[in-house]
Design a protein around this ligand. Structure first.
Ligand SMILES: CC(C)(COP(=O)(O)OP(=O)(O)OC[C@H]1O[C@@H](n2cnc3c(N)ncnc32)[C@H](O)[C@@H]1OP(=O)(O)O)[C@@H](O)C(=O)NCCC(=O)NCCS
Length: 174
């Protein structure tokens, strides 16, 4: 399995993993309607525009099988203004998703390490993220990497009210 920088030509593979990742990993805490309403096309246009104007302070890595199939990705950069007060870190992880069939093989750890080292090299001193409060596997993962739990908030996603919680890495491990 290779981990490499995401390219414009990866938009479709990333959008597919993004939607399949939600459907596989969020089925226990999101409604079937919300998951069925996810659209690869919608994600595709979002990832196309992200990949078309890369920000040097940000990092997007993909995990690729030998047959060149994308099975995971991670994306991080300067923290967004939205939610910044509660997140309270300089950098933010926007997404990390792996397909079920490649989980628990150290790939998540490799993707995070690649981003941590980029963020530290860019001078960021802290990184954080929001994770669904009920997403215990992901929370255990962030804790295994040294993340510290922070504040919580609720938000609406496709008609469903969900709670999310902050994890912070400060200083950034590298
Ligand atoms: C969370 C995720 C990125 C972890 O990636 P991964 O490759 O499966 O994790 P790794 O194999 O690198 O695990 C590293 C360590 O994290 C911990 N960990 C990972 N998954 C865990 C789980 N399901 N339960 C408990 N601990 C877990 C373990 O300590 C593990 O070390 P070990 O395997 O030596 O015990 C991956 O499971 C995923 O994509 N999940 C679905 C999407 C998601 O929830 N994303 C988070 C959005 S905020």
């Amino acid at each position: 399995m290779a981990v490499r920088d995401g390219l414009e030509s990866d938009a479709e593979g990333i959008a597919r993993v993004h939607v399949q990742g939600w459907r596989e990993s969020y089925k226990d805490f999101m409604s079937p309607d919300a998951l069925a309403g996810l659209s690869v096309e919608e994600r595709l246009s979002m990832w196309r525009s992200t990949l078309a104007k890369p920000d040097p302070r940000s990092k997007l890595l993909v995990a690729e099988m030998d047959c060149r199939e994308i099975v995971g990705f991670v994306c991080a950069g300067p923290a967004r203004a939205e939610g910044a007060e509660l997140l309270a870190t300089e950098a933010e992880f926007f997404a990390i998703y792996l397909l079920d069939r490649v989980k628990r093989q150290g790939l998540g750890r490799r993707l995070m390490a690649g981003v941590f080292s980029h963020l530290a090299g860019q001078g960021f001193r802290s990184a954080g993220l929001w994770v669904l409060k009920d997403n215990l596997p992901a929370r255990r993962f962030y804790e295994a990497l040294g993340g510290q739990a922070g504040p919580e908030q609720s938000f609406d996603v496709r008609g469903q009210r969900l709670a999310e919680i902050v994890y912070r890495f400060e200083p950034i491990p590298h």
